[in-house]
Design a protein around this ligand. Structure first.
Ligand SMILES: *[C@@H]1O[C@H](CO)[C@@H](O)[C@H](O)[C@H]1NC(C)=O
Ligand SMILES: *[C@@H]1O[C@H](CO)[C@@H](O)[C@H](O)[C@H]1NC(C)=O
Ligand SMILES: *[C@@H]1O[C@H](CO)[C@@H](O)[C@H](O)[C@H]1NC(C)=O
Ligand SMILES: *[C@@H]1O[C@H](CO)[C@@H](O)[C@H](O)[C@H]1NC(C)=O
Length: 476
């Protein structure tokens, strides 16, 4: 009888978890931000949850995922040149001006989207919201849908969010991810970081108040700020891979899914690629600048340096994700492709070096397959990531703007011929795979935990850590 009771209760839990309605929203129009979480949507869908996904890059069709196509975000970013802004060379006022202009338009298009309006009218009940952090729509969804929310991020969360939930964020120890400091901060790094974090903290409400105003303008209602809303977050899925970020003490609602949530199971390569890589008896260099920085970012001079150097490296083969099908004077040992199944290419044993812009997801894929890297960073966290590969000795760094054929060739040959890089990345790869639960299992388990209990109040720490901001950075 007891067992029957237990089975009955279990089946209720099981059934309840089965039928959850989840509103998922990732507003950043960056392919990597979107793609990181696709395995989570697929897995939740497979377990019977119904997901409404607002995304800038719709994924393949799935019977349990209703997608709201937000792809016009790319055009708005393009129109206001936001991606170019990140490369630098603009004043802070110019940056904020453009950001606000774009945000006005972004928020307007989102709030006036019919499908979104229907959701807000609460025609459908939701059990959970999963949102990217700092999402101006979060307060609207949270106020209207009245259900708990999880915040996710494809990098380490910014210090303010760590502080908000009681995680360690001392600015003398934990650098803001945009800074390209070494793991151990020097005095000037600590000073810059502390000033930056303090200014951000003091002015965050002011800096982000236009978002609140835009939302009010288009909805006709006054919603709480993003920061006030974020204080009520139930769980944070943070992508803090220990290879790239300094580990910090965190409270139980911070779930680290860093290390390759987006990694897929190995798939067979297309036949032509398989043949090409199998035939690379002297090894193959795989070259891709990812989805945001593509080869159109390269000057004709840089393209020519690559072409010439690759030609000189024969019989070593090169596989280049290049936006053009053809190239004048393309050497025989070079293969160009507009799109490549990157994870499976990196898994091929003949791929010996990966030339990358240093995007987090690309680097995690290469670490998983243990391929040493030549990093050529462009913007954002890329510089920081590439510096980590140099610091941990599994890769080298080269600046596209200053490289020449000799430095490029020497770097590639060093990576091919000096065994230390492969040895180091083999070790990191083994560590990153040795976990009680893979990041995806962890994310799914915690999502369903929240669905079962509807709150994580019992796991919260009643402490905010901003009071640590003090001149104590001096004493380190
Ligand atoms: C959708 O959910 C059902 C259960 O409700 C499940 O049987 C099916 O496999 C799911 N489909 C996908 C594509 O995950
Ligand atoms: C999303 O919208 C864009 C432009 O509005 C369109 O080109 C694209 O095909 C749409 N994607 C899907 C999957 O509907
Ligand atoms: C956060 O949650 C508390 C308790 O449920 C609620 O009173 C408060 O209004 C919420 N804050 C915001 C900004 O929604
Ligand atoms: C691609 O080809 C077109 C036409 O030949 C050319 O204008 C463009 O500069 C090429 N892009 C790159 C990255 O080489």
């Amino acid at each position: 009888m007891k067992i029957l009771c237990l089975l009955f209760m279990l089946s209720i839990v099981y059934d309840y978890t089965k039928c959850a309605n989840i509103m998922a929203i990732i507003p950043s129009p960056f392919y990597s931000h979107q793609a990181t979480f696709r395995p989570l949507w697929r897995e939740l869908a497979k377990r019977g949850h119904k997901i409404t996904l607002m995304t800038t890059d719709p994924m393949e069709w799935n019977e349990n995922i209703t997608q709201i196509n937000n792809s016009f975000f790319h055009e708005i970013y393009e129109k206001h040149e936001l991606k170019k802004l990140m490369v630098g060379g603009h004043s802070i006022f110019e940056m904020f001006n453009k950001l606000f202009e774009a945000s006005d338009e972004l928020i307007k298009t989102m709030v006036t989207n019919d499908e979104f309006v229907n959701i807000l009218k609460n025609e459908k009940k939701f059990d959970l919201i999963i949102s990217e952090i700092m999402n101006p729509m979060l307060p609207v969804l949270y106020s209207k849908l009245k259900c708990p929310f999880i915040e996710v991020y494809s990098m380490d969360a910014p210090p303010y969010l760590h502080a908000l939930i009681g995680n360690a964020m001392h600015p003398a120890i934990y650098a803001f991810p945009i800074f390209d400091f070494q793991s151990k901060l020097f005095f000037t790094d600590r000073l810059i970081n502390t000033l930056f974090v303090s200014v951000f903290h003091v002015s965050k409400e002011i800096i982000f108040s236009p978002f609140k105003q835009f939302v009010a303008k288009y909805t006709g209602e006054d919603f709480p700020s993003v920061f006030d809303t974020e204080k009520n977050v139930s769980l944070i899925f943070n992508s803090a891979n220990p290879v790239f970020y300094s580990m910090r003490p965190v409270t139980p609602i911070t779930i680290n899914i860093g290390g390759g949530l987006h990694l897929t199971d190995p798939k067979r390569l297309p036949k032509d690629l398989q043949t090409y890589l199998d035939g690379a008896k002297h090894g193959c260099i795989y070259f891709s600048f990812g989805s945001n920085v593509n080869s159109n970012f390269l000057s004709p001079e840089a393209t020519e340096i690559f072409r010439k150097t690759f030609e000189e490296l024969a019989p070593i083969k090169v596989l280049w994700k290049f936006e053009n099908d053809t190239m004048p004077l393309k050497p025989k040992n070079l293969e160009l492709k507009k799109w490549l199944p990157q994870q499976d290419v990196l898994r091929h044993p003949n791929v010996k070096v990966f030339i990358t812009q240093g995007g987090l997801q690309s680097m995690e894929e290469a670490i998983d397959s243990a391929v040493p890297m030549l990093g050529m960073p462009f913007y954002g966290d890329q510089i920081n990531n590439v510096k980590k590969m140099v610091e941990k000795d599994f890769g080298l760094m080269l600046d596209v703007k200053t490289m020449d054929s000799t430095s490029l060739k020497n770097s590639i040959l060093e990576l091919l011929n000096n065994p230390k890089y492969k040895k180091n990345i083999d070790r990191l790869s083994a560590i990153s795979k040795d976990e009680p639960m893979r990041p995806l299992e962890k994310a799914v388990w915690w999502t369903e935990y929240l669905l079962r209990h509807k709150t994580t109040e019992h796991l919260r720490v009643l402490q905010q850590t901003y009071h640590f901001i003090s001149i104590s950075f001096l004493i380190f």
